[in-house]
Design a protein around this ligand. Structure first.
Ligand SMILES: NC(=O)c1ccc[n+]([C@@H]2O[C@H](COP(=O)([O-])OP(=O)(O)OC[C@H]3O[C@@H](n4cnc5c(N)ncnc54)[C@H](OP(=O)(O)O)[C@@H]3O)[C@@H](O)[C@H]2O)c1
Length: 324
């Protein structure tokens, strides 16, 4: 074989190999198979103007549901609705303002839900962010704790009677990152903590995703129909605060391409939790199970009941602290 032919075959072979692995992975990531009508059902999806929340809202409304799009920016919400309406005219999309970084906004949103949609069927706690530099909520909590955990905690607390009375479902969007160097840092709860020396990122995001898991766990233990999931690494606006250098793209693109799902594919895990009956006495958030790749998966974390209960109590204390 001539050398020039070899030079051609090697990259073609590597490319074909990567492509095949990618296709195999896509099969493992899974798709929601149920497609019954959701007519008459009301879903609340936080952070649904983009990314996974957007894809979830789009899929639910296409199945004739009413979807309340709980977004902090009404212009972005209108734009998202217009985009969804180019694809489907089914169901109903209702934009409502919710800024999870503001207790006042959360109270206002919950009051509106109680007044207009008191018998909603499912609350999907999807909104979330990861920041590289310190940012704070109106009540001065660093945003990973404040938005990803406490904002949703307050929302559920304000809607708890409706959730209980309707046996509504609560879907918590966590992440596999809850297993990576994450802890509930009670000493610094709500405070910005710089990344440790040698670490590329701080752990505040991972910690907040662990809190999501503990929250779902505690909700389940308290009798709520709670479900927790990881969507997988997905191509969304989530990485907007990360500024990779050009050589990161060159170095990591093949690996990322192997692992990165579309937002639509990642959202399957949310839609699955919102539409399937999946918790059993053995497999549920309290026993450490969550949904990943559209199936039940056991977390590697050894959850601690004392941490669960303490986080709940401290979260209640924080939301009471700011009661008018
Ligand atoms: N993408 C991934 O690889 C990945 C992996 C694991 C878990 N997740 C989780 O999936 C969830 C959705 O993330 P995504 O990937 O879809 O990210 P995204 O595209 O950035 O969407 C995040 C959504 O949250 C909203 N949001 C942020 N702060 C908010 C606030 N203070 N109040 C109300 N809404 C707020 C955003 O609104 P704006 O557009 O106005 O900012 C946006 O609608 C997050 O909980 C994330 O932790 C994502």
């Amino acid at each position: 074989m001539s050398t020039s032919l070899l030079y051609l075959l090697i990259p073609v072979g590597v490319g074909a190999g990567i492509y095949l692995i990618r296709k195999l992975r896509e099969l493992q990531w899974g798709w929601v198979r149920n497609n019954f009508s959701l007519r008459g059902k009301v879903y609340i999806v936080t952070g649904s103007n983009t990314g996974l929340g957007y894809e979830t809202a789009k899929a639910l409304v296409a199945r004739q549901a009413t979807v309340i799009m709980a977004c902090r920016n009404m212009e972005k919400a209108s734009h998202a609705i217009a985009k969804i309406r180019q694809k489907t005219s089914e169901g109903e999309l209702i934009p409502l303002e919710l800024d999870l970084a503001s207790f006042e906004s959360i109270h206002k949103f919950a009051a509106e839900i109680k007044a207009k949609y008191p018998t909603f069927d499912c609350l999907i706690n999807n909104a979330g962010l990861a920041m590289q530099t310190p940012q704070y909520t109106k009540e001065n909590y660093e945003v990973h704790f404040g938005v990803n955990h406490l904002g949703h905690f307050l929302l559920v607390d304000l809607l708890k009677d409706n959730i209980k009375n309707n046996s509504a479902r609560v879907v918590v969007v966590s992440s596999k990152m809850h297993e990576k160097n994450a802890k509930v840092d009670f000493e610094n709860l709500g405070k910005w903590v710089d990344r440790a020396r040698g670490d590329r990122f701080n752990n505040l995001y991972n910690n907040s995703k662990l809190m999501n898991f503990y929250f779902a766990r505690e909700l389940y233990k308290k009798g709520y129909d709670a479900h927790v999931l990881c969507p997988g690494l997905c191509h969304t606006d989530f990485f907007r605060d990360y500024n990779p250098k050009w050589y990161h793209y060159v170095l990591f693109s093949p690996v990322v391409w192997l692992m990165l799902r579309s937002a639509k594919q990642g959202a399957q895990n949310i839609i699955h939790c919102a539409t399937e009956n999946i918790n059993t006495a053995e497999k549920n958030p309290a026993t450490g199970y969550y949904i990943a790749n559209v199936k039940q998966t056991k977390s590697k974390v050894a959850f601690d009941d004392l941490v669960s209960e303490r986080l709940w109590k401290e979260s209640v204390r924080e939301i009471n602290e700011h009661k008018k």
